[in-house]
Each structure stands twice: as structure tokens, then as C-alpha cells.
Design a protein around this ligand. Structure first.
Ligand code: FPP
Length: 264
């Protein structure tokens, strides 16, 4: 058993942190709200785009840490529906960065047998981005070892509404019938077939969900850190995982070892 305790991990090296992890109870699915790029840049007197560029370094670091640990599913919130309201120059740069990321990671996806799985209103992306996103999704769709889900032009509410509309369509044409069941509804979500996230990380000190995976995070453990996304590194992933492993995931049940009589 690892030495999980209440003491701070601050003084431990990365190797120490690795060795503290319990390999048996790592999350299967980690989701991340990557926040704080703009603040990281403005603290340095740089344009916001510099924060996004540095954010890409953090993306790679988190990806490589998940590969190394064998975490099968990583979901990244890269661009929300609301992000379309940002200045066009910033949107353009984010799309360019996404394309750069995909071109750079393409080979690693193949080497690591990783499926790239985009979710969101992809038809809203610029044509060149859409084409690359669809091409890499198609050429990696047969990989089952790992999945990198990237949420693009994504909003949790619109995902749920879209699922409901498609279910209604199927009911009207006789492909579905009866009263709606949770498991049935989930098959209409963009994440159908994937387990819900076990752990959701949000950086930058903000403690909100921002319309991300609203259905899927019903029982997800949430980890908020003050670290700004461009500063987020392997060590921060390990700290989040160690914190996650201290949680008692009860899914609405009583704590382990407590009989119902003790609780009354
Ligand atoms: C939020 O920070 C971050 C984003 C809106 C974009 C995230 C994109 C990246 C990390 C780079 C590209 C990612 C991939 C997967 C290719 P913010 O701009 O809202 O920061 P602020 O709250 O400090 O202003």
C-alpha cells in the first residue's frame, strides 16, 4: 500500500510522487479544464496568445504522463462554444495551435495506439481544422489501447439537447420506443461507449464546471488547483492523482466499513 497520509507532498521529488501512486486504483478516465492561459501571459506582460502557446507544452506533458501511467482515456476541454465570443485573432491562433498539436502528435497516436476522438460542434470549426480533425480521427479510430478526447466548440448543455433531439427523432421513426432510460440516453451523447471521467482537473483557481461534460461528471471527483494551465507539469498531474486516490468514492453509498445500523 502506498503511504497516503495527510502530510504535504510538497517536499517530495517526482520519483517519490510516482512511487506513492497506487497503480491499482489509477483513474481510467481523466478530464481536464485547461484554464489560466490568459492570466499566465498577462502576469508576464505578454499577449494572451503566448499563454495559449505555452499551454500546448502543458498538454504534451499531461499526455505523456498519462501514456506513461497507462491511463486509458484523457479528455481535454480545448475550445468551448462560448469561446467563439473571443477576438477573431485569438480564435484563429487557437485553431492554428490545434492543427499544430494534431500534426505533431499524429505519429505518437499511431505509435501509442491511441485513438483521437473529437467531440463538440465540429462543423463550426474552420474548414482546414475540420479536415485535419476528421482525418486524424478516422485514421486512429481502430485503436483501442488509449483515447485522447478533445472537446472543440463543445458545450455540455447543447450536447444534452442534441442527444434528446436525436432520441426524439428515433422515437418518431420507430427506432426507439418506451420511456427513456439513463443507459439508453447515454448512447446518444458524444461520449457514448466511454466510461464517465473518474477525475476532473481544473486549473487556475476557478472552481466551476463551465458547461463541460455536464451529464458525464455526475459522480466524478473534482480537483481544483491554483496552478495556471501553462505552468501545469508532470508533477501537478501526480499531485492530482494522489489527491484523487485519497478520496472515498461512495457513489451515494455509506463509507466503507460503516454498517447501516452505525449510521442511524
Ligand atoms: C483557457 O484559458 C484556455 C483556453 C480557452 C484554450 C485552451 C487551449 C490550449 C491549452 C492550447 C491548445 C490545446 C490543444 C488541445 C491543442 P483562458 O484563455 O481562458 O485563460 P484566462 O482565464 O486566464 O484568461
Amino acid at each position: 500500500m502506498p503511504l497516503h497520509s495527510t502530510h504535504s507532498f510538497a517536499e517530495l521529488t517526482e520519483d517519490d510522487l510516482f512511487s506513492q501512486l497506487d497503480q491499482e486504483t489509477l483513474p481510467r478516465h481523466v478530464a481536464v479544464i485547461m484554464d489560466g492561459n490568459g492570466r499566465w501571459a498577462s502576469h508576464r506582460g505578454l499577449p494572451r496568445i503566448a499563454g495559449h502557446r505555452e499551454g500546448l507544452v502543458a498538454v504534451r506533458e499531461v499526455l505523456n504522463t498519462c501514456y506513461r501511467l497507462g491511463i486509458p482515456i484523457l479528455t481535454l476541454y480545448a475550445f468551448s462554444e462560448e469561446n467563439w465570443n473571443r477576438p477573431q485573432a485569438e480564435i484563429d491562433l487557437l485553431m492554428t495551435l490545434l492543427e499544430k498539436f494534431l500534426l505533431q502528435e499524429r505519429q505518437t497516436f499511431h505509435e501509442r495506439k491511441t485513438r483521437f476522438f473529437p467531440i463538440g460542434l465540429l462543423h463550426k470549426l474552420p474548414a482546414s481544422t475540420q479536415e485535419l480533425v476528421h482525418t486524424i480521427a478516422q485514421e486512429t479510430e481502430h485503436f483501442t489501447d488509449r483515447t485522447v478526447v478533445v472537446a472543440l466548440s463543445y458545450g455540455g448543455r447543447s450536447e444534452i439537447i442534441d442527444a434528446a433531439n436525436r432520441l426524439i427523432d428515433d422515437m418518431q421513426c420507430g427506432k426507439a420506443s418506451g420511456r427513456v432510460q439513463e443507459a439508453q440516453f447515454e448512447r446518444y451523447l458524444s461520449t457514448a461507449g466511454f466510461p464517465d471521467p473518474d477525475l476532473l482537473i481544473r486549473t487556475s483557481g476557478e472552481a466551476r464546471i463551465s458547461n463541460f461534460l455536464l451529464w458525464q461528471i455526475a459522480y466524478t471527483e473534482i480537483y481544483f488547483t491554483k496552478t495556471l494551465w501553462p505552468d501545469f507539469r508532470r508533477r501537478d498531474v501526480l499531485l492530482a492523482l494522489l489527491d484523487y486516490q485519497k478520496r472515498d468514492r461512495r457513489f451515494g453509498r455509506l463509507p466503507h466499513g460503516v454498517s447501516p445500523q452505525n449510521r442511524l
